[in-house]
Design a protein around this ligand. Structure first.
Ligand SMILES: Cc1cc2nc3c(=O)[nH]c(=O)nc-3n(C[C@H](O)[C@H](O)[C@H](O)COP(=O)(O)OP(=O)(O)OC[C@H]3O[C@@H](n4cnc5c(N)ncnc54)[C@H](O)[C@@H]3O)c2cc1C
Length: 427
């Protein structure tokens, strides 16, 4: 509730008051120009909120959790698209001069949109993306990290040009001085956070690779630090891994913790998908990596409500960590844990989990190995295993396809969508 309130105040109430005070100061205004001012002022704040996404400061998790910021990013992206194209159309149709910065913003935004569409698959852009990638096969070959880097730097340039443009247009000036002060102070505060985020990189906790073990398709990385490290995370969360080895990809990639916070060593379970995850295979004991974390809200509440954890494939990683953590933080309610993999080797910590089930009274494990039992998740399977489907809270981590099957199976047995929480391994 506090978070929603903060978002409403920062990106709704303040821009609304600012738009109102700006417009009432004007001698003449038409509905079309008023809409142009309103969209521009709302977009101004949205642009700087986009920059916050690259900041990645774990302490900010409580106020602005990363997953919510990503959702807000998608929503405010729609507002920005509307605003920029409306701004161009309004100026052209009303015969006003289109300034250099407006033209730059128009082209830069169009290019950023194109990059976003080919870079990440989202429900909004999936069909356009598929058409583009099919027609221009060369686009498929552009590495994810390169697209991400270009997007980040160009967006930074976009934010700076927005600041200049809004200042040129006098939109920040008002007879109410607090409007001007807040309007200029907001981007300065965001830029200070961005700078702080950049500087933090030099101080991320560093770890030495202890072992690199292959379990079928999953690579289990065990990391240790010489002294007490400053990495703080909770089971269910993820961190950004960066390899500090000459000649290796220096981009940071997100991975859920396989270990839990009570362990001295940090463990990650990594599945090879592309350039970065393949290059990890070349890590050797003694190499150095850094981790920025923990992030994410894939953490069950500590109440007595029954909890159901459902994972498949590499998506079992955060769930294994949550179950292993139960040894130290006892459960208040019943927990049903469903883990499904293709090969038995992928069932990480199988023995330990089974031992835990014997000692933790309210923990029920449901383990499936497809190559051995041929079992897949269905509504019938969940109906038989889950006592009170209407009351439970669900935590799912799997590929998007399995997630859809599981969600519809759960809703068909009485779970409401509000009770279902996800960890998506992509964004
Ligand atoms: C919150 C979260 C937790 C994750 N936990 C795990 C885990 O425990 N184990 C595991 O094996 N994988 C995990 N992943 C996925 C992992 O980050 C990607 O598989 C990996 O970054 C792929 O990089 P690549 O260069 O090998 O593949 P690429 O070919 O570059 O990418 C393959 C796909 O992976 C995704 N991806 C690539 N880079 C990133 C990135 N920097 N950020 C987000 N998504 C990316 C994209 O959807 C992309 O299409 C997690 C992802 C997220 C967002």
């Amino acid at each position: 509730m506090v978070r929603i309130g903060l978002f409403i105040v920062l990106y709704g109430l303040i821009p609304a008051v600012q738009s109102y005070l700006y417009i009432i100061d004007l001698a003449f205004v038409t509905p079309a120009s008023a809409l142009n001012y309103i969209l521009s002022i709302f977009s101004y704040y949205a642009v700087f909120s986009h920059l916050l996404i690259s900041v990645k400061i774990p302490r900010m998790q409580h106020i602005l959790p990363y997953d919510r910021m990503i959702k807000f990013h998608a929503l405010s992206g729609i507002l920005l698209t509307l605003s920029i194209y409306y701004h161009g159309a309004f100026k052209l149709l009303s015969g006003k001069e289109l300034e250099g910065t407006s033209i730059m913003l128009f082209f830069l935004w169009t290019f950023l949109l194109f990059l976003a569409v080919i870079w990440i698959e989202t429900p909004f852009s999936r069909s356009i993306r598929n058409v583009l990638l099919k027609r221009f096969v060369v686009l498929k070959r552009i590495p994810y990290d390169l697209l991400k880097g270009i997007h980040e730097y160009l967006f930074f340039a976009f934010a700076i040009i927005t600041f200049i443009h809004i200042n040129e247009s006098d939109l920040l000036y008002s007879s109410y001085s607090f409007i001007t002060v807040y309007g200029s102070g907001f981007p300065i505060a965001v830029l200070a956070l961005v700078l702080y985020g950049r500087l933090r990189r030099f101080f991320f906790p560093r770890f030495t690779v202890m072992s690199v073990r292959n379990e079928a398709d999953t690579l289990v990385l065990t990391l240790s630090s010489a002294g007490k490290h400053s990495l703080r995370y909770r089971s269910g969360q993820f961190g950004y891994l960066k390899v500090l080895k000459k000649g290796m990809n220096r981009e940071e990639h997100p991975f859920s913790f396989l270990s839990h916070a009570h362990e001295k060593e940090v463990m990650l379970g990594i599945k090879s998908l592309g350039d970065f995850t393949r290059s990890i295979q070349a890590l050797l004991p003694g190499d150095t990596v850094s981790i920025n974390g923990g992030f994410g809200n894939f953490i069950p509440s500590a109440d007595e409500k029954p909890k159901v954890f459902i994972g498949s494939g590499i998506g079992i990683v955060p769930l294994v960590s949550l179950v292993r953590e139960m040894r130290h933080t006892p459960l208040k309610g019943v927990a049903d844990v469903f883990l499904a993999v293709t090969l038995r080797e992928e069932l990480l910590f199988e023995e330990e989990l089974k031992e835990l089930e014997k000692t933790i009274e309210n923990l029920n494990l449901h383990l499936y190995v497809y190559k051995e039992d041929g079992i897949l998740y269905t509504s019938e399977l969940f109906r038989q295993a889950i006592g009170n489907p209407e009351q439970a809270h669900y935590f799912i981590c799997s590929s998007p396809g399995v997630r859809e099957i599981v969600t519809s199976a759960l809703t068909s047995i009485g779970a409401s969508k509000k009770q279902i929480h996800f960890e998506a391994f992509s964004y």
